[in-house]
Design a protein around this ligand. Sequence first.
Ligand SMILES: [Zn+2]
Length: 239
Amino acid sequence: MSETRTVDLGGRAVTYTLTRKAVKRINLRVKPGGEIAVSIPRRLSAAAADQFLMAKADWLLRALERQTHILEQVSSPWRDGKTVLLLGRPLRLAVEAGSPAVWTEGNRLHVAVPDPEDEAQVRRALAKAWDNWCRDTFSESMERQLPPLLALGAEKPVLTLRTMTSRWGSCSWVRGRITLNRLLLAAPPEVVDYVVLHELCHLLRHDHSPAFYALVERWMPDWRRRRAALKTLRGAECP
Ligand SMILES: [Zn+2]
C-alpha cells in the first residue's frame, strides 16, 4: 500500500510516494520526470522516511533539479526563459528582436527573430541552428572514432539527422548510412560518443550479440555507464 507524503527540505515542500515493503533498508528513487518513490521496511514509521529524505536533502534537491530541467522542457513553449539542454548543459533561452540569429553565451541560448512573440519563428530559427550543431558535433565524433573501424574493414558512412521518438540512432550497413536522433544533442558529449560508436560498430556487426558489445568495449570500456546516462534524457525535446 502506498501513501503520498510531503516533507520540507530546506524550505522547499517536496512530495513523495511512500510504500511499505518486505525490504531490509530504506530505498529512495528519483524517477525520470522528478517523481520520488521511497520504500521502507514494514516496521518503520513514516516519520523515519521523512527523516531519511531530510538527511539526503542536498543530493535529492540536486537530482530533482536535473529532472526538473527535463520536465520544464517538455511542458513549456519555445519562449524566453525556457530551459534547453544542449550537450548536457541546461541553457536558458533568451529571445530578442532582430534579424534571425542564434548563439550561446555562458549559460544562455540567445535567439533573435523579427517577432519575439511568434513561437513558430523562434522554433524555426533554433531548429536551423540545432541542425548545424548536430552535424558539427556528430560528424566530429564520427571522424574521431572511425579510424580503427576503417582498419577493420568498415567504410566511411554517410550521416543523416532525424527527430525520432523511440531510438537514438540506427545504422543501415547496406546503404552505408548512419542516422542519428536530433534529440541526442541534448546529451553530454561522452554520451553522444557512445551512441556514435555504437552505430559505427554496426558497420562491422549487424546484431546486438556479445561479439558486437565486445567490439564497443574494445574502444570504450565504460560504455555501460554512458548508455545508462541516456535514460536521464527521456522527455528531453529539441526544436
Ligand atoms: Zn544497435
